[in-house]
Design a protein around this ligand. Structure first.
Ligand code: HMG
Ligand code: MG
Length: 301
Protein backbone atom coordinates (compact mmCIF):
# COMPACT_ATOMS: atom_id res chain seq x y z
CA UNK A 1 0.00 0.00 0.00
CA UNK A 2 1.39 3.46 -0.85
CA UNK A 3 1.78 6.13 1.82
CA UNK A 4 -1.05 8.66 2.24
CA UNK A 5 -0.69 12.32 1.19
CA UNK A 6 -2.30 13.50 4.45
CA UNK A 7 -2.49 12.26 8.02
CA UNK A 8 -4.72 13.46 10.88
CA UNK A 9 -3.09 13.76 14.30
CA UNK A 10 -5.30 13.57 17.39
CA UNK A 11 -3.55 15.44 20.19
CA UNK A 12 -4.17 13.58 23.45
CA UNK A 13 -1.58 15.33 25.65
CA UNK A 14 -4.08 17.46 27.62
CA UNK A 15 -5.99 14.26 28.54
CA UNK A 16 -3.87 11.11 28.23
CA UNK A 17 -0.76 13.10 29.12
CA UNK A 18 -1.93 15.19 32.05
CA UNK A 19 -4.14 12.45 33.56
CA UNK A 20 -0.97 10.69 34.65
CA UNK A 21 1.23 13.56 35.77
CA UNK A 22 1.97 13.53 39.50
CA UNK A 23 2.64 17.30 39.42
CA UNK A 24 -0.75 19.02 39.91
CA UNK A 25 -1.80 21.02 36.86
CA UNK A 26 -4.14 23.99 37.31
CA UNK A 27 -7.06 24.65 34.98
CA UNK A 28 -5.20 27.79 33.82
CA UNK A 29 -2.18 25.69 32.77
CA UNK A 30 -4.42 23.15 31.04
CA UNK A 31 -6.14 25.98 29.16
CA UNK A 32 -2.84 27.55 28.11
CA UNK A 33 -1.58 24.21 26.77
CA UNK A 34 -4.75 23.66 24.74
CA UNK A 35 -4.59 27.20 23.35
CA UNK A 36 -0.94 26.69 22.38
CA UNK A 37 -1.91 23.45 20.58
CA UNK A 38 -4.77 25.16 18.75
CA UNK A 39 -2.38 27.91 17.63
CA UNK A 40 0.04 25.25 16.33
CA UNK A 41 -2.72 23.88 14.07
CA UNK A 42 -3.63 20.60 15.77
CA UNK A 43 -6.82 19.45 14.03
CA UNK A 44 -8.22 17.46 16.98
CA UNK A 45 -7.49 18.19 20.65
CA UNK A 46 -8.67 15.91 23.45
CA UNK A 47 -9.32 18.53 26.11
CA UNK A 48 -9.97 16.22 29.07
CA UNK A 49 -12.22 13.54 30.44
CA UNK A 50 -15.47 13.39 32.39
CA UNK A 51 -14.68 10.43 34.63
CA UNK A 52 -14.92 9.87 38.36
CA UNK A 53 -12.53 12.31 40.11
CA UNK A 54 -11.94 9.53 42.65
CA UNK A 55 -10.45 7.43 39.87
CA UNK A 56 -8.53 10.13 38.00
CA UNK A 57 -8.24 13.31 40.12
CA UNK A 58 -6.06 15.06 37.51
CA UNK A 59 -9.06 15.38 35.17
CA UNK A 60 -11.38 17.05 37.72
CA UNK A 61 -12.49 20.46 36.46
CA UNK A 62 -12.64 19.60 32.77
CA UNK A 63 -15.77 21.77 32.46
CA UNK A 64 -13.79 24.86 33.57
CA UNK A 65 -11.12 23.97 31.04
CA UNK A 66 -13.68 23.74 28.23
CA UNK A 67 -15.17 27.08 29.34
CA UNK A 68 -11.78 28.81 29.30
CA UNK A 69 -10.23 27.76 25.98
CA UNK A 70 -10.05 29.75 22.75
CA UNK A 71 -11.57 27.60 20.04
CA UNK A 72 -9.58 27.73 16.82
CA UNK A 73 -11.77 27.23 13.74
CA UNK A 74 -9.54 24.46 12.38
CA UNK A 75 -9.58 22.41 15.60
CA UNK A 76 -12.15 20.02 17.04
CA UNK A 77 -12.32 19.84 20.85
CA UNK A 78 -13.17 16.42 22.29
CA UNK A 79 -13.61 14.62 25.62
CA UNK A 80 -13.49 11.09 27.05
CA UNK A 81 -16.80 9.88 28.51
CA UNK A 82 -17.16 6.43 30.14
CA UNK A 83 -20.92 6.58 30.75
CA UNK A 84 -24.04 8.75 30.49
CA UNK A 85 -23.04 10.90 33.46
CA UNK A 86 -19.79 11.79 31.71
CA UNK A 87 -21.53 12.28 28.37
CA UNK A 88 -24.04 14.75 29.83
CA UNK A 89 -21.24 16.74 31.45
CA UNK A 90 -19.29 16.77 28.18
CA UNK A 91 -22.33 17.98 26.26
CA UNK A 92 -22.95 20.80 28.76
CA UNK A 93 -19.28 21.76 28.59
CA UNK A 94 -19.47 22.06 24.80
CA UNK A 95 -17.40 19.09 23.67
CA UNK A 96 -17.71 18.79 19.88
CA UNK A 97 -16.97 15.07 19.90
CA UNK A 98 -16.71 12.42 22.62
CA UNK A 99 -14.90 9.11 23.02
CA UNK A 100 -15.93 5.94 24.79
CA UNK A 101 -13.20 3.56 25.89
CA UNK A 102 -13.20 -0.22 26.02
CA UNK A 103 -10.39 -2.74 26.38
CA UNK A 104 -9.40 -5.85 24.47
CA UNK A 105 -8.54 -7.61 27.75
CA UNK A 106 -10.82 -8.36 30.70
CA UNK A 107 -8.09 -7.57 33.26
CA UNK A 108 -7.60 -4.02 32.00
CA UNK A 109 -11.34 -3.42 31.60
CA UNK A 110 -11.89 -4.25 35.28
CA UNK A 111 -8.97 -2.15 36.52
CA UNK A 112 -9.72 0.86 34.31
CA UNK A 113 -13.51 1.12 34.32
CA UNK A 114 -14.57 -1.42 36.94
CA UNK A 115 -16.60 -3.69 34.67
CA UNK A 116 -16.28 -6.46 32.09
CA UNK A 117 -15.84 -5.77 28.38
CA UNK A 118 -19.44 -6.72 27.61
CA UNK A 119 -20.80 -4.57 30.48
CA UNK A 120 -18.77 -1.64 29.17
CA UNK A 121 -20.24 -2.04 25.68
CA UNK A 122 -23.75 -2.05 27.21
CA UNK A 123 -22.92 1.17 29.09
CA UNK A 124 -21.82 2.80 25.84
CA UNK A 125 -25.11 2.07 24.04
CA UNK A 126 -27.09 4.93 25.63
CA UNK A 127 -24.08 7.24 25.14
CA UNK A 128 -24.08 6.48 21.41
CA UNK A 129 -27.85 6.94 21.21
CA UNK A 130 -27.73 10.28 23.06
CA UNK A 131 -24.77 11.44 20.96
CA UNK A 132 -26.63 10.61 17.74
CA UNK A 133 -29.60 12.67 19.01
CA UNK A 134 -27.26 15.58 19.80
CA UNK A 135 -25.46 15.26 16.45
CA UNK A 136 -22.13 14.47 18.11
CA UNK A 137 -19.65 11.99 16.70
CA UNK A 138 -18.28 9.27 18.97
CA UNK A 139 -14.83 7.77 18.80
CA UNK A 140 -14.15 4.34 20.29
CA UNK A 141 -10.89 3.41 21.99
CA UNK A 142 -9.71 -0.17 22.41
CA UNK A 143 -6.94 -0.50 25.01
CA UNK A 144 -4.28 -3.21 25.35
CA UNK A 145 -4.35 -4.17 21.67
CA UNK A 146 -0.74 -5.41 21.74
CA UNK A 147 -0.51 -6.66 25.31
CA UNK A 148 -2.09 -6.21 28.73
CA UNK A 149 -0.34 -5.47 32.05
CA UNK A 150 -2.70 -7.93 33.80
CA UNK A 151 -3.57 -10.62 31.21
CA UNK A 152 -0.35 -10.69 29.15
CA UNK A 153 -0.72 -11.52 25.44
CA UNK A 154 -3.91 -10.36 23.76
CA UNK A 155 -4.98 -12.23 20.60
CA UNK A 156 -5.66 -10.03 17.55
CA UNK A 157 -9.01 -11.82 17.17
CA UNK A 158 -10.08 -10.42 20.57
CA UNK A 159 -9.08 -6.88 19.51
CA UNK A 160 -10.98 -7.31 16.23
CA UNK A 161 -14.11 -8.48 18.08
CA UNK A 162 -14.20 -5.40 20.36
CA UNK A 163 -13.32 -3.03 17.49
CA UNK A 164 -16.10 -4.52 15.34
CA UNK A 165 -18.65 -4.12 18.18
CA UNK A 166 -17.74 -0.46 18.73
CA UNK A 167 -17.90 0.25 15.00
CA UNK A 168 -21.24 -1.57 14.66
CA UNK A 169 -22.60 0.49 17.59
CA UNK A 170 -21.86 3.67 15.66
CA UNK A 171 -18.34 4.79 16.61
CA UNK A 172 -17.02 6.56 13.50
CA UNK A 173 -13.36 5.94 14.36
CA UNK A 174 -11.69 3.14 16.31
CA UNK A 175 -8.43 4.02 18.02
CA UNK A 176 -6.26 0.98 18.68
CA UNK A 177 -4.30 1.57 21.89
CA UNK A 178 -0.95 -0.01 22.64
CA UNK A 179 -1.44 1.06 26.24
CA UNK A 180 1.82 -0.39 27.59
CA UNK A 181 3.92 0.18 24.48
CA UNK A 182 5.12 -3.41 24.10
CA UNK A 183 4.04 -3.71 20.44
CA UNK A 184 6.56 -4.04 17.64
CA UNK A 185 6.13 -3.23 13.93
CA UNK A 186 5.61 -6.88 12.91
CA UNK A 187 2.86 -7.40 15.48
CA UNK A 188 1.36 -4.01 14.58
CA UNK A 189 1.12 -4.90 10.89
CA UNK A 190 -0.51 -8.24 11.68
CA UNK A 191 -2.95 -6.59 14.07
CA UNK A 192 -4.04 -3.96 11.55
CA UNK A 193 -4.37 -6.52 8.80
CA UNK A 194 -6.66 -8.55 11.12
CA UNK A 195 -8.75 -5.62 12.43
CA UNK A 196 -9.19 -4.12 8.95
CA UNK A 197 -11.12 -7.28 8.00
CA UNK A 198 -13.93 -5.98 10.23
CA UNK A 199 -13.39 -2.18 10.38
CA UNK A 200 -12.43 -0.21 7.24
CA UNK A 201 -8.90 1.25 7.15
CA UNK A 202 -10.35 4.75 6.89
CA UNK A 203 -12.01 4.29 10.31
CA UNK A 204 -8.89 3.12 12.15
CA UNK A 205 -6.45 5.14 14.26
CA UNK A 206 -3.19 4.14 15.96
CA UNK A 207 -2.51 5.10 19.59
CA UNK A 208 1.00 4.11 20.59
CA UNK A 209 2.58 4.61 23.99
CA UNK A 210 6.37 4.72 23.73
CA UNK A 211 7.40 2.66 26.76
CA UNK A 212 9.67 0.36 24.74
CA UNK A 213 10.72 2.98 22.17
CA UNK A 214 8.72 1.32 19.39
CA UNK A 215 6.02 3.93 18.81
CA UNK A 216 7.45 5.71 15.73
CA UNK A 217 8.30 2.38 14.11
CA UNK A 218 4.77 1.18 14.86
CA UNK A 219 3.34 4.32 13.25
CA UNK A 220 5.40 3.70 10.14
CA UNK A 221 4.22 0.08 10.10
CA UNK A 222 0.61 1.29 10.45
CA UNK A 223 1.06 3.76 7.59
CA UNK A 224 2.20 0.87 5.41
CA UNK A 225 -1.00 -0.94 6.40
CA UNK A 226 -3.17 2.02 5.35
CA UNK A 227 -3.84 3.80 8.68
CA UNK A 228 -4.12 7.60 8.31
CA UNK A 229 -4.98 8.80 11.83
CA UNK A 230 -2.61 8.75 14.83
CA UNK A 231 -2.89 9.85 18.44
CA UNK A 232 0.08 11.58 20.02
CA UNK A 233 0.97 13.67 23.02
CA UNK A 234 2.94 16.92 22.93
CA UNK A 235 6.31 16.54 24.71
CA UNK A 236 5.46 12.84 25.13
CA UNK A 237 3.42 13.70 28.21
CA UNK A 238 1.87 11.11 30.44
CA UNK A 239 1.14 7.43 30.68
CA UNK A 240 -1.85 5.56 32.01
CA UNK A 241 -2.91 5.46 35.67
CA UNK A 242 -4.06 1.84 35.30
CA UNK A 243 -1.00 0.53 33.44
CA UNK A 244 1.99 0.73 35.81
CA UNK A 245 5.26 1.68 34.16
CA UNK A 246 3.63 2.76 30.89
CA UNK A 247 5.20 5.99 29.62
CA UNK A 248 3.52 8.69 27.62
CA UNK A 249 2.21 8.51 24.10
CA UNK A 250 4.62 9.03 21.29
CA UNK A 251 5.57 12.73 21.21
CA UNK A 252 3.54 14.77 18.71
CA UNK A 253 6.66 16.71 17.65
CA UNK A 254 8.43 13.46 16.73
CA UNK A 255 5.44 12.23 14.70
CA UNK A 256 5.20 15.54 12.82
CA UNK A 257 8.95 15.38 12.07
CA UNK A 258 8.57 11.79 10.78
CA UNK A 259 5.59 12.72 8.59
CA UNK A 260 7.27 15.89 7.29
CA UNK A 261 10.21 13.73 6.25
CA UNK A 262 7.87 11.43 4.35
CA UNK A 263 6.24 14.40 2.60
CA UNK A 264 2.93 13.70 4.37
CA UNK A 265 0.85 16.77 5.18
CA UNK A 266 -0.49 17.32 8.75
CA UNK A 267 -1.27 21.05 8.67
CA UNK A 268 0.74 21.45 11.91
CA UNK A 269 3.45 24.04 12.49
CA UNK A 270 6.36 22.12 14.05
CA UNK A 271 8.05 25.23 15.52
CA UNK A 272 4.90 26.32 17.38
CA UNK A 273 4.29 22.74 18.54
CA UNK A 274 7.81 22.58 19.99
CA UNK A 275 7.18 25.84 21.87
CA UNK A 276 3.91 24.41 23.27
CA UNK A 277 5.79 21.32 24.45
CA UNK A 278 8.59 23.38 26.00
CA UNK A 279 6.08 25.51 27.93
CA UNK A 280 4.15 22.60 29.43
CA UNK A 281 7.39 20.76 30.27
CA UNK A 282 8.60 23.84 32.17
CA UNK A 283 5.27 24.07 34.00
CA UNK A 284 5.49 20.41 34.99
CA UNK A 285 9.20 20.74 35.84
CA UNK A 286 10.00 17.69 33.76
CA UNK A 287 12.35 17.19 30.80
CA UNK A 288 10.72 17.50 27.38
CA UNK A 289 9.97 13.92 26.23
CA UNK A 290 10.24 14.78 22.52
CA UNK A 291 13.58 13.87 20.95
CA UNK A 292 12.98 16.36 18.13
CA UNK A 293 12.24 19.17 20.60
CA UNK A 294 15.36 18.36 22.62
CA UNK A 295 17.53 18.43 19.49
CA UNK A 296 16.03 21.70 18.24
CA UNK A 297 16.29 23.29 21.71
CA UNK A 298 20.03 22.48 21.77
CA UNK A 299 20.50 24.12 18.35
CA UNK A 300 18.87 27.29 19.65
CA UNK A 301 20.61 27.30 23.08
P1 HMG B 1 -17.66 2.88 39.39
O1 HMG B 1 -17.15 3.16 40.76
O2 HMG B 1 -17.87 1.47 38.99
O3 HMG B 1 -18.98 3.72 39.02
O4 HMG B 1 -16.68 3.57 38.37
P2 HMG B 1 -20.34 3.99 39.69
O5 HMG B 1 -21.29 4.22 38.56
O6 HMG B 1 -20.63 2.95 40.72
O7 HMG B 1 -20.08 5.39 40.41
C1 HMG B 1 -19.20 5.56 41.51
C2 HMG B 1 -19.06 7.04 41.81
O8 HMG B 1 -18.47 7.71 40.69
C3 HMG B 1 -20.39 7.75 42.06
O9 HMG B 1 -20.12 8.82 42.97
C4 HMG B 1 -20.72 8.33 40.72
O10 HMG B 1 -21.57 9.45 40.78
C5 HMG B 1 -19.34 8.74 40.21
P3 HMG B 1 -20.43 8.69 44.54
O11 HMG B 1 -21.90 8.37 44.61
O12 HMG B 1 -19.56 7.57 45.03
O13 HMG B 1 -20.01 10.03 45.07
N1 HMG B 1 -19.27 8.77 38.75
C6 HMG B 1 -18.80 9.83 38.05
N2 HMG B 1 -18.31 11.02 38.45
C7 HMG B 1 -17.92 11.86 37.47
N3 HMG B 1 -17.97 11.57 36.14
C8 HMG B 1 -18.47 10.40 35.73
C9 HMG B 1 -18.90 9.48 36.71
N4 HMG B 1 -19.44 8.24 36.63
C10 HMG B 1 -19.65 7.83 37.88
N5 HMG B 1 -18.52 10.12 34.43
C11 HMG B 1 -16.21 4.64 36.27
C12 HMG B 1 -16.90 3.49 36.96
C13 HMG B 1 -16.22 4.35 34.78
C14 HMG B 1 -16.97 5.94 36.56
C15 HMG B 1 -14.76 4.75 36.83
O14 HMG B 1 -14.17 3.49 36.75
C16 HMG B 1 -13.94 5.75 36.10
O15 HMG B 1 -14.17 6.94 36.19
N6 HMG B 1 -12.91 5.28 35.33
C17 HMG B 1 -12.13 6.15 34.49
C18 HMG B 1 -10.75 5.62 34.36
C19 HMG B 1 -9.97 6.51 33.43
O16 HMG B 1 -10.30 7.66 33.18
N7 HMG B 1 -8.86 5.95 32.90
C20 HMG B 1 -8.00 6.64 32.03
C21 HMG B 1 -8.57 6.86 30.67
S1 HMG B 1 -8.49 5.42 29.60
C22 HMG B 1 -6.90 5.46 28.93
O17 HMG B 1 -6.09 6.23 29.35
C23 HMG B 1 -6.59 4.56 27.76
C24 HMG B 1 -6.54 5.31 26.42
O18 HMG B 1 -5.59 6.36 26.45
C25 HMG B 1 -6.17 4.33 25.29
C26 HMG B 1 -4.92 3.50 25.62
O19 HMG B 1 -3.83 4.06 25.83
O20 HMG B 1 -5.09 2.28 25.68
C27 HMG B 1 -7.91 5.91 26.08
MG1 MG C 1 -3.45 6.10 26.12
Amino acid sequence: MSLPAKVKLVEVGPRDGLQNESHPVSSADRIRLINDLGAAGLPVIEVGSFVSPKWVPQMAGSEQVFAGINRYAGSTYTALTPNMKGFEQALTAGAQEVAVFAAASEGFSQKNINCSISESLQRFEPVLAAAAQAGIRVRGYVSCVLGCPYDGDVPASQVAAVARELYAMGCYEISLGDTIGTGTPGATRQLIARVSDVVPHAALAGHFHDTYGQALANIYASLLEGVQVFDSSVAGLGGCPYAKGATGNVASEDVVYLLNGLGIDTGIDLGSLIEAGNRISETLERPNGSRVARAKNKQHA
